[in-house]
Design a protein around this ligand. Sequence first.
Ligand SMILES: Cc1cc2nc3c(=O)[nH]c(=O)nc-3n(C[C@H](O)[C@H](O)[C@H](O)COP(=O)(O)O)c2cc1C
Length: 252
Amino acid sequence: MEEYRKFLKNYVWEHIIDKKTDTLKTDQYRNVPHPPLQKEYPKEAKLIDLVASEKFAVAKMPFIEVIRKRKSRRKYSKKALTLEELSFLLWATQGVHRIIGNGMATQRVVPSGGARHPFETYLVINRVKGIEPGLYRYLALEHKLYRIPTKGNLARQLVTACMEQKFVGSSAVTFVWTVIPYRAEWRYGKVSHKMIAIDAGHLCQNLYLACEAINAGACAVGAYSQRKMDKLLGVDGKEEFTIYVASIGKTE
Ligand SMILES: Cc1cc2nc3c(=O)[nH]c(=O)nc-3n(C[C@H](O)[C@H](O)[C@H](O)COP(=O)(O)O)c2cc1C
């Protein structure tokens, strides 16, 4: 166990600070160019427009009520989410305010160590009005969706990848977050990984609260098969891999 507990400790900081220059011994301070802020997508891809955050008419519930109501919800109604509701949930978890530092980082609706925001958001969509069921990726910089071609029964594959937790298959949408560790490692090297784990929690907590505000519910899913989920998304499992999952649906 001791080996695994180490991951939660902060002892690595002392080893990556260069005492002479008081900077970190990482790629950023070696002047290695910064990694892209977002994973690339095919130039010719036809993207799906989402509703802009300035136009949201949803989520008018008082904040205190949202906090009071929050709980993990695993029973979802057959009602579909609207495109506006989905747009709101995506924006509430990864929405970009601005690009800073000459294109080096983003500021978003959630905090992230060193503003690295090392995540990508994938969606397994079952019931969203106007959107075909399938696998999608949120392009946070463009606030658009990119559809990823898939084969076979996606909902079935999702349940299998979530250790047969059946409620996930009944969700309107399941969020699957991946991490691209180098986006954080470029700045923080070996201290990135604890920060990445903490940052993942920010995304999911915002999703929980955003869901409550639109009479939907979320359930975090930590019990998933790394190999099966990475395969479902088509990510390499090395430079990018699944870090957290959350299923959501309408509750009324
Ligand atoms: C990191 C994490 C992983 C979780 N994984 C699962 C899961 O795989 N399946 C599940 O049904 N609930 C999962 N949950 C939900 C917890 O069971 C739930 O948060 C806890 O029982 C407290 O209930 P509440 O969220 O309603 O307050 C997870 C929650 C967290 C924060």
